[in-house]
Design a protein around this ligand. Structure first.
Ligand SMILES: NC(=O)c1ccc[n+]([C@@H]2O[C@H](COP(=O)([O-])OP(=O)(O)OC[C@H]3O[C@@H](n4cnc5c(N)ncnc54)[C@H](OP(=O)(O)O)[C@@H]3O)[C@@H](O)[C@H]2O)c1
Length: 308
């Protein structure tokens, strides 16, 4: 099968196209014929060697939307022909594998591209709100990076929970974030969120690129509040009584909780995802997608064989 990967770290040009064997299915595996997969900042960092140099061939990717081709003998919930979205394995390829714990059906009205676009950011946003943020209905939730993949989904999940959401992003994305139902917005390039939003939030979800300023989060949260953050600057010093929870992949919440919640909200038009680029399922498409990830961009980047 066709697969895209690399055997050394570097820029987007390290990607090559490989002809590899179909995955060997375990009893608990689902084989998905890939129709669309999403690109993530994690994969950009992984490719660039941020987590360590790559010395062996790697086929990256976890986000996949497609059609069930085959199931292992222990699979009962899915059947060949089902349209599914999954937090699977090696999704930069013609076929990817997943399990029942990270796969859900795609409702008929949702496209493969839209389903692929919500996987990693959706799971991260859901866990940020419910697990790391312990959000309750009626709270004030500040979402930093509300114009991004994770942040836009976190903001919409919080609105659907019944929270008052304040978004932070750049001024060029204010209209987009407000179109999601967020009525209060602070443009970080025009105002200082730490001053304008001082002590306002029960929960700050920091989903800005690399977390931006953690001191700003401490300024914005109420005493006794929670900060759920993608930042990894561990040594934040403060006298304020706040709980700082670092967002990371967790097994405490099944991936299907986030995926099913988001599919349901999308199907009832209560949640949307902004797709910036849908690129061809080719080596050039993958290289172009990673080039886009290198620069500030608007919207998710999707590689699609069949975007619908
Ligand atoms: N730990 C995990 O499990 C996990 C999982 C997924 C993602 N992440 C991380 O989460 C972050 C966001 O990922 P993403 O895919 O959502 O990225 P994205 O779509 O590129 O969004 C980045 C967001 O950051 C905003 N931003 C940049 N500088 C800011 C600032 N100074 N103040 C406030 N907002 C600012 C951007 O706003 P404008 O575009 O309006 O400027 C945009 O909304 C990345 O660092 C990513 O690596 C972590």
């Amino acid at each position: 099968m066709q697969a895209f990967g690399y055997d050394h770290s570097g820029g987007p040009e390290v990607f090559e196209e490989y002809d590899v064997a179909l995955p060997t299915l375990k009893d608990t595996d689902i084989l998905i014929e890939n129709k669309a997969f999403g690109l993530n900042n994690f994969e950009r960092s992984q490719r660039a060697g941020v987590f360590g140099a790559t010395t062996q061939r790697r086929i990256p990717g976890r986000d996949v939307a497609g059609i069930v081709k085959q199931t292992g003998s222990a699979i009962t919930k899915f059947h060949p022909g089902d349209r599914v979205v999954a937090h699977g394995h090696h999704s930069y390829a013609e076929y990817a594998t997943s399990s029942e714990a990270n796969t859900v059906l795609i409702p008929a009205q949702i496209s493969f591209a839209a389903a692929a676009a919500i996987v990693t950011p959706g799971i991260t946003a859901y866990n940020a709100l419910h697990y790391f943020g312990q959000a309750q209905p009626g709270q004030v939730v500040i979402v930093k990076g509300a114009s991004g993949g994770v942040g836009s989904l976190a903001a919409q999940l919080a609105l659907n929970l019944g929270d008052q959401v304040i978004g932070i992003g750049s001024s060029r994305n204010e209209a987009y974030v407000k179109s999601l139902g967020v009525t209060e917005y602070v443009a970080y390039d025009q105002q200082d969120p730490a001053k304008v939003l001082q002590d306002q939030a029960d929960l700050v979800i920091n989903a800005a690129m690399n977390g931006a300023s953690s001191q700003e989060d401490i300024a914005m949260v109420k005493p006794g509040g929670i900060i759920a953050t993608v930042a990894h600057d561990e040594a934040v010093v403060t006298d304020k009584k706040v709980q700082i929870n670092h967002i990371s992949p967790t097994r405490e919440v099944p991936d299907t909780k986030a995926l099913q919640t988001i599919m349901d909200l999308m199907a009832s038009q209560k949640l949307t995802i902004k797709i910036g680029d849908v690129l061809p399922f080719t080596l050039a498409g993958v290289r172009q997608g990673h080039t886009i990830l290198e620069n500030p961009h608007a919207g998710r980047v999707i590689i699609a064989k069949d975007a619908n």
